[in-house]
Every structure is written in C-alpha cells, then in structure tokens.
Design a protein around this ligand. Structure first.
Ligand code: SF4
Length: 208
C-alpha cells in the first residue's frame, strides 16, 4: 500500500513545491513550474522539464512548443483546460550553446528527486491515461529500455490500471520545421497528432 501524501490537497502540494531545493535545478529557476490544467482530468501530459518561457510564466508548455500543442489539441477537439499538463522536473535549467541559453536535459538524479512531486500529481489527478511526451517521460513511466521511435503510439498499462502512451516532443516537430525538412516535419506532426487523438479517445474525451 502506498503511503499517503504529506499534503492535504493538490494546491497545498503546489504551494509547498515552490520552496523545493531537492536537486540542483533550483539554482537556475525563477519559479517552480507545477502542473496545470484540470485537476480532475482523465488525461495527463507529462513532458521532461519547463522551458525558459515556462520559467517566466509559471505554466508548463507555455512557449512555442505549447502553442503547437494547443493547435493540435484544437484539431482533435480538446483544450488544454481539459487536461492536466506537467513535467518530470519542475524547474527550468539552462546551458549556453552557440551564444544562446537552451534547456538543459534533466539528469537521472533530478528526475528521481522530482518524482515525489510528479507521483503526487498523478495520485491527486488520478488520470485514466497519461501521454508521455518524449523519451525521458516514457522511460520513467513505461520502461527504462523504452525506444521512442519503435514504441510511440503503443498503449501500455500501468500497475494501477491506468494507460500510458508515449509520443514525440512538439519541440522535435518544430526543430524539423526549422530545418526546412517539410516531409519529415509533416510526418512527425501527424504522429504527434495521432498520439494525442489516441490518448484523448482512450481517456473518454473524444469519440472519434
Ligand atoms: S526540479 Fe523538482 S526536485 Fe528539483 S528543485 Fe525543482 S521542484 Fe525540487
């Protein structure tokens, strides 16, 4: 039997998380980006880490990747307020590359440290379907040997009976678009759209 969370409500957990210093990502953040959306959602999205924009707004997927997600949600008849959106880690961390600050991937020990909050969000929201956005969430939520290219779009069942489907990151689709690789970007966009549709259908949010 799992132990009960230390906080009486999801909102109490969100407030408590604002002071978290359990991993070194706390050194780079402006604020902790907790999950957001419908706290009773049947569908939860789990990405890897907040972006620099999310660090400004305090909301996950609030930058360009989030705008692409919103467009695809709209295509299947969803709005982000219908779902709960979160990440494996709740603090932005950046690194300099070619004179720009880009997202630093989450280290395994940081994902482990932030699992306390993620597991709490999953327990409170209690979704019937989780869409793991990108390889790190898929490895955490499905299997550490998960292979995104071969296994995305496949339905897996967790020990609590909920379903998990993995998909590619919106940022990956945008990267292909910026490389002017129209064919590859169209394929990736359709894959992401199809996985969102599959997850929403299995969560009972859409019928077709
Ligand atoms: S990433 Fe998670 S565990 Fe690390 S400091 Fe932020 S809230 Fe705490």
């Amino acid at each position: 039997m799992q132990s009960l969370p230390l906080y009486p409500t999801l909102e109490a957990a969100r407030l408590a998380a604002q002071d978290c210093t359990a991993c070194q990502r706390c050194a780079d953040r402006q604020q902790v980006v907790f999950g957001s959306g419908n706290p009773q959602a049947s569908l939860m999205l789990v990405g890897e880490a907040p972006s620099a924009t999310d660090d400004d707004t305090g909301k996950p997927f609030s930058g360009p990747a989030g705008r692409l997600l919103d467009q695809l949600f709209s295509k299947v008849g969803l709005h982000r307020n219908d779902v709960w959106i979160t990440n494996l880690t709740r603090c932005f961390s950046g690194r300099e590359r070619n004179g720009r600050i880009e997202n630093r991937p989450a280290a395994a020990r940081e994902i482990d440290a932030c699992a306390t909050w993620m597991d709490m969000e999953i327990r409170y929201v209690n979704p019937s379907v989780i869409l793991a956005v990108g390889a790190p969430p898929a490895k955490r939520l499905i299997d550490r040997n998960f292979r995104l290219q071969e296994q995305r779009g496949v339905i897996f069942q967790r020990s609590d009976g909920s379903l998990v489907i993995a998909t590619i990151q919106p940022a990956y689709v945008m990267r292909l678009t910026s490389l002017v690789d129209k064919a590859a970007s169209d394929i990736a966009r359709e894959q992401l759209l199809g996985d969102i549709r599959l997850a929403a259908r299995n969560a009972g949010l859409i019928s077709d």
